[in-house]
Ligand binder design. Sequence first.
Ligand SMILES: [Fe+2]
Length: 135
Amino acid sequence: MITISNDMKTGVSKIDEQHMELVNRINNVTSMGMKSLSKEETQKTLNLLGEYIIKHFNDEEALQKASGYPKFESHKKLHQQYIFEFQKLKNEFNTNGVSPAFTLSLSNSIIGWIVRHIKTVDVEFGKYFIEHSKK
Ligand SMILES: [Fe+2]
């Protein structure tokens, strides 16, 4: 289970709120193993996360664009990479269900990645955004 630590706060309320929702939905996926969900229910939980990943990245990118963030393009590429990794996770689930490969990819590519991403590049953008919206 992930919780939002202080070093994951960007200081931009919209982003921080969305990160909380994102983490909730990731936690719903990780706790699936403890409940005996049907394939359909599992699929639904994964889809709920997938939809929110897209929504959140779009909103974050819109804030970056609107504030003239110079690292917008490279940040967007990272988001696209993550969407690709998530798609791979879904494919793995569709083929083999909750397999060891699924669990590994979930913890490394999905959870590990997002925590690092938030702590580094999102926090960095937060600082920029706050500075540039003061005027
Ligand atoms: Fe981001």
